[in-house]
Design a protein around this ligand. Sequence first.
Ligand SMILES: Cc1ncc(COP(=O)(O)O)c(C=O)c1O
Length: 383
Amino acid sequence: MPTFESAFLAIQAGLEQSGHWRILPTHEPATCYADFSHNDYLGFAQDAELVEASHASAQRYGMGATGSRLLSGNLPPHLALENLIAQSKGTQAALTFQSGYQANATVLAALLDKKVLGTTPLVFSDRLNHASLHHACQLMGVREIRYQHNNLTHLRSLLEKYSNDPSPKFIVTETVFGMDGDMIDMPAFAALADTFDAFLYLDEAHATGIIGPDGYGLSSGWINQRGLAMGTFSKALGVSGAYIACSQVVYNYLVNRCQGFIYTTALSPAIVGAVHAAWSRLPTLTDMRTRLLGKAHYLRQHLHALGFNTGTSNTHIIPLIVGHTTLAFHLQAWLQQHRLLTSIIRPPTVPPHTARVRIALSATHQDAHIDALIAALTTWRAP
Ligand SMILES: Cc1ncc(COP(=O)(O)O)c(C=O)c1O
């Protein structure tokens, strides 16, 4: 029987040997020329209007919500934000959560409850979905049927294969993929879910603020009684927390059955105030979004000319897929020498042999920042 310590050290030894042991990197944006490593896609994290709105909300309602939503924590700012989100997304209702991870892990888990559905559901999930979505399936003991990344033909063939199975079916996907920067074909996914009577669970973490009508994501107008959209406040909105936009029936069910909603303190009024200000501002930022996506297109063209593999990216998230983790570290270090910050994403977050340097473009990046990145990449040589 190993001791606790020897069991944990054995994991460390294995991960170190395979190059997958992680340590917390120190993030020092102040010393860099340009930071492409964060998800603050609109520059809202430092926005004075959001800080002011947060301050005003905290002054009026306090720093803390003081309890869970079903007890003392259901304050007017929560309800106002949820009404606004539901209105923007074209849904009957919306519900807020403390983080995107918490929302996915606990909302999806509540929906997959076999005691409620009468039988174990079938979950068709994109093989590159975020860890929080897999977590929900593991939690509920549901086996995922994983389809090839963003491949509708493969998904359809799997749905057909199981079409005589009476179990309830779920399709789970991100709408903009956080590590690959590609998007789903929203109408095609909605049609497939309709045809096979499947519940469509959409994660809009990386779409929210950037993609879709008024920047409210790809799913606006597509969510019906058999589906929902989740999105985060932690990326383009520059704050933290998450929402679910859904039907009234799903909302009522989650308020009663979602443990990650019921047994936790409500979002701080300070956070809700800032998120409300950010969310309200999105429709005025169409030009900013167009410029951001234009910059991404410009950068991708130069990267391709240099021979870099950017996978299927067609958004503001651009991976430089180099394959081996040590090569990704080499490239990241090279960029860091040029005072350009990027992130390394490696297995198991992404599939084996697809380690990458992730470039996240933000509206705050100027042309000179992008040109500096291109110049540094032009002189990089793999060892
Ligand atoms: C697709 C996706 N969903 C959910 C999350 C979790 O969001 P949060 O950081 O708000 O917990 C992330 C963040 O990494 C994400 O990329």
